[in-house]
Design a protein around this ligand. Structure first.
Ligand SMILES: *Cc1c(COP(=O)(O)O)cnc(C)c1O
Length: 453
């Protein structure tokens, strides 16, 4: 049995390395800064909250980083993930274009987040950590970490954004099943949480607040570390397994994408599928467009400002150079909880600034409409987050048809929506509001950013 497993692993399409885009970026990302001194921080500044191996990956410029066997073993329970041709969707559209999607919902967590959860739990365990704290928005990240921590014998404490805690009780119970403790955020467990509750007792919470709470607990205890499910370079590194597999799978299909699309929360699933294709653009003269879709209610890439800002609301992280709406920004309660984050990862931000990737914003009703069409034609109920990528793919196909050309479109279906059925109910009842941040609102949000020094 064990032998067969080894042979299968060895012959699998699954890559043996993660790909680090930093090695191939024409302009390297700016360094994180210490909030008080405004000087670049060294890796040791992160040692209180992250294990050393992840810090090394965070600052690494090495092109390929080997995936440890223990991590590959668990990956192998659900990877390689399939690439499908969406033939029935194509028929329903009557498009001349070819639409492919990579499905990341077929694992225990129901989303791509398992890819980094497994790696992060593994490195923490290896360095003697006993407990991990983290935040979760919609609950996918918390579920991903819960199983991974339990597998490697670590305790997990999850701060779940309050609005999602109320909207998605199923996700909380799944985390409990995998042995995690889940607390609605803002909570009274931390200084950061209590401070918010004093001013806004009814606060719906935000990812920024939940991150502050989780980091505060981790910083207080040497055996507790903190873990983040998106945004950071090491998270994005782990997700590149998606795009590397997709490169091979598209080659097997005898095709190559003109455009690769992913939805955008902090950047991890988009980067995961896009960066290996971006490398082909940078190194092998390919011309694939890399397009990410964010919600109009949280438009950091399309309307935000590129500047140094905090990654969390209480200002516990280093200052990071990124597109942001301001670390105190609390987005509307749209149903794609995983996309309600005020900032964008440093790597994606630099690449967008350099014009190497594209971003567009969409309203949630159009995305759900695309999601329902996708469910009815392809048979998979998408996560609300993933419907943004679907809507982006539909746009590209329709645009190509108007221009009388045929395109090859590949998008990342980042997760399934089995826990989000009540959001679909609201859509069917015509009870799902559209919301777009105006320019004036964005300017006000950015103007309110208070940075020390
Ligand atoms: C968390 C999540 C996202 C958004 O996060 P990224 O880091 O931007 O990928 C998108 N889709 C699903 C299904 C998620 O769980």
């Amino acid at each position: 049995m064990e032998n067969l497993r080894k042979i299968l692993l060895a012959e699998s399409e699954m890559p043996r390395h993660w790909y680090n885009i930093v090695a191939d970026m024409p302009n390297k990302p700016l360094p994180p800064l210490h909030p008080a001194t405004r000087q670049p921080i060294g890796p040791e500044a992160l040692a209180a909250v992250f294990p050393m191996e992840l810090i090394k990956q965070e600052v690494s410029a090495e092109r390929y980083i080997e995936i440890p066997d223990e991590v590959r073993d668990l990956y192998f329970t659900y990877r390689p993930s399939p690439v499908f041709r969406a033939s029935n969707l194509e028929k329903a559209l009557g498009t001349k274009s070819k639409i492919y999607y990579k499905y990341e919902g077929g694992n225990y967590s129901g989303s791509h987040k398992a890819n980094t959860a497994i790696a992060q739990a593994y490195y923490n365990k290896k360095e003697g950590v006993r407990r991990i704290t983290t935040e979760t928005g919609a609950g996918q990240w918390g579920s991903a970490m819960s199983f991974a921590c339990n597998h490697f014998g670590l305790e997990l404490l999850v701060f779940m954004v309050k609005v999602s805690y109320d909207q998605k009780p199923g996700r909380k119970l799944l985390m409990n099943t995998y042995n995690a403790k889940v607390v609605p955020s803002p909570s009274t467990m931390t200084v950061a949480g209590r401070k918010i509750l004093e001013t806004f007792p009814d606060s719906p919470g935000s990812l920024g607040i939940a991150i502050s709470e989780a980091m505060e607990i981790a910083a207080e205890d040497p055996y507790t570390k903190y873990s983040l499910g998106s945004v950071l370079n090491h998270v994005i590194l782990h997700q590149t397994i998606i795009g590397q597999e997709a490169l091979l799978q598209m080659e097997k299909a005898g095709d190559y994408p003109d455009v690769v699309i992913g939805c955008f929360g902090g950047g991890s699933n988009f980067s995961g599928i896009a960066f290996p294709f971006l490398r082909e653009n940078l190194v092998n003269d390919k011309k694939t467009r890399l397009l990410t879709i964010e919600p109009s209610s949280c438009p950091k890439l399309t309307k935000g400002k590129f500047m140094y800002d905090f990654g969390d609301s209480a200002g516990m992280t280093p200052l990071l150079p990124m597109f942001t709406l301001g670390h105190n920004f609390i987005p509307e309660k749209i149903h794609a909880g995983g996309l309600r984050y005020h900032g964008a990862g440093v790597l994606v931000s630099q690449l967008l600034k350099d014009g190497l990737i594209e971003a567009r914003a969409k309203m949630q009703r159009e995305c759900f409409e695309g999601g329902v069409l996708f469910a009815r034609t392809e048979g998979i109920l998408p996560a609300p987050e993933s419907t943004y990528a679907i809507a982006g793919a539909l746009d590209e196909a329709r645009k190509a048809d108007l221009e009388g050309v045929s395109k090859t479109i590949l998008f990342n279906l980042s997760g399934h929506g089995h826990f989000d059925i009540s959001a679909y109910e609201k859509y069917f009842e015509n009870n799902l509001p559209d919301h777009e941040m105006t320019k004036a609102e964005v300017e006000a949000a950015i103007a309110s950013i208070e940075l020390p020094g």
